[in-house]
Design a protein around this ligand. Structure first.
Ligand code: AP5
Length: 257
């Protein structure tokens, strides 16, 4: 991946007809990694850091739904409109809608630069669909990272999060404040609070995580792919721990192809 230019992930965010501004460089042993962990544990923050260090692209399903819902985007389909209602309430979007959206973007899954999936899969049905799809393409996951953090810290991180409406960079009002309040350090865009970071949606999201997403830990453990990493401490330290854990876990020859 070009380290100087931040990839706009256009093909992922807008669909397969769009072109990425700086697609990742194809390598013989790309990283194909899934990030698991409760809402607010720091998956997006880590995916951004890992993207720079591993060269693989950050693919977030939540970012796609937010891009569809943002002003100026083209008219969303009825399925997408329903998806946005689920998302704003903090509930999971139905599996069929999610899988349809990921399948339309399967070029990003195939991409020779690899990927860091953030927020997908989120249910056993999604995990099975991804596994089947990757097997049919002759691909395999390098590893699945599970980030762990106490609940009180998770709620504090979600309540103080601010996101850039242009480049999607993530800040926190106290933990990672921008240099100028309300303005993105990277692109100067306006920072906003996500609808689903309000207290009533946070509770629904954490319940949905326990019910639907936590069982994925067992699923990937049984497949021998799970790597657990504590998510407390500064982001750079967590990122370094993640890379150490990934490299210890996945020899280059076994990273899939
Ligand atoms: P999505 O966007 O995936 O949200 P999420 O999984 O709930 O995760 P978050 O983005 O809230 O948190 P994060 O772990 O990325 O934390 P972050 O790095 O931002 O999904 C949103 C919704 O879309 C879902 O609820 C659902 O409706 C729908 N959806 C998406 N995918 C779906 C799917 N596959 N199936 C069904 N529905 C789906 O960090 C949080 C805050 O903490 C930030 O402010 C950050 O600055 C701060 N922070 C991060 N790291 C640290 C640190 N080390 N120390 C201190 N502060 C930190």
């Amino acid at each position: 991946m070009n380290q100087q230019t931040k990839n706009d992930r256009a093909a992922w965010l807008q669909g397969s007809l769009a072109k990425c501004s700086a697609p990742p460089v194809e390598t013989q042993s790309p990283w194909r990694v899934v990030l698991l962990g409760a809402p607010g544990v720091g998956k997006g923050t880590q995916a951004d850091l890992l993207q720079e260090r591993l060269g693989a692209c950050h693919l977030s399903t939540g970012d796609v739904f937010r891009a569809v819902g943002s002003k100026g985007a083209c008219e969303p389909t009825p399925a997408m409109k329903t998806a946005l209602e689920y998302m704003r309430a903090g509930a999971l979007v139905p599996d069929t809608t999610v899988w349809e959206m990921v399948r339309e973007r399967s070029g990003c899954i195939r991409c020779g630069g690899g990927f860091i999936l953030d927020g997908f899969p989120r249910t056993l049905a999604q995990a099975e669909a991804l596994k089947k799809h990757m097997e049919s393409e002759g691909l395999s996951l390098s590893a699945v990272v599970n980030y762990e953090l106490p609940l009180t810290e998770i709620v504090a991180r979600l309540s103080g999060r601010r996101t850039c409406e242009k480049c999607k960079s993530v800040f926190h009002v106290t933990n990672q404040p921008p240099k100028q309040e309300g303005v993105c350090d990277r692109c100067g865009g306006r920072l906003f609070q996500r609808d689903d970071d309000r207290p009533e949606s946070i509770t629904v999201r954490l319940e949905a995580y326990e019910r639907s997403t936590a069982p994925l830990i067992r699923f990937y453990k049984d497949l021998g792919l799970l790597v657990s990493v504590p998510a407390d401490g500064p982001p750079d330290e967590i990122c370094a721990n993640t890379i150490n854990a990934l490299e210890a876990f996945t020899p280059q020859d076994d990273r899939g192809h």
